[in-house]
Design a protein around this ligand. Structure first.
Ligand code: SF4
Ligand code: SF4
Length: 174
């Protein structure tokens, strides 16, 4: 059990949407050890990546009950500079449903001044949410990075470039 008192229970969605390097399991495919809705069949021997993983709903009770991934079809994780929202590809529009879409908009508004990014991931397709609009970034590979272009604090453009062309994630500020 976590400090929130929450338990995964009937949820196994991270075992589908997350990539597990130690198992060479790609994102968006069920782990062969998972019984969906039941749990991990190799729990005692699961890899370190799985042992250390907890989605935001599990570890942070500021995220209300309706965000439970088995209900919302959305797995939230923190990134270097914000939040990643992985949508079950079997329910690709789940992130557009209410109240999720409105709550994410509120986070984009309140997180904007803190320069917090919110990226929705459906399969390999990514969408950057900003207070003013959505940027459909298309298919973003693991070797690619998002570059945001600013006017003041407002994001006015977002593009995807090869990480090797950048060295690191880069923001262009006007
Ligand atoms: S997505 Fe979260 S709640 Fe669901 S099984 Fe994974 S860690 Fe548990
Ligand atoms: S090893 Fe277990 S916990 Fe890890 S992804 Fe597979 S089913 Fe889930």
């Amino acid at each position: 059990m976590t400090s929130t008192g929450r338990q995964c229970g009937d949820c196994t969605l991270c075992c589908k949407v997350m990539a597990i390097e130690q198992l060479a399991k790609p994102a968006n495919a069920w782990c062969p050890h998972c019984k969906p809705g039941r749990g991990c069949q190799t729990y005692a021997n699961r890899p370190a990546e799985c042992r250390s993983f907890g989605c935001v709903w599990l570890v942070n009770d500021r995220l209300e009950e309706h965000w439970k991934p088995s209900r919302s079809k959305l797995v939230l994780t923190t990134s270097e500079d914000g939040l990643e929202v992985r949508c079950d590809p079997g329910f690709p529009d789940a992130w557009r449903k209410q109240p999720f879409r409105s709550e994410m908009h509120q986070w984009a508004v309140s997180g904007g001044p803190l320069d917090m990014t919110i990226v929705v991931i459906v399969g390999q397709r990514m969408t950057l949410l900003t207070p003013d609009r959505e940027f459909d970034l298309g298919i973003v590979g693991p070797d690619e990075r998002i570059v945001r272009e600013f006017e003041g604090t407002k994001v006015v453009n977002a593009t995807v470039v090869k990480a090797s062309d950048l060295g690191s994630i880069c923001d262009l500020r006007g």
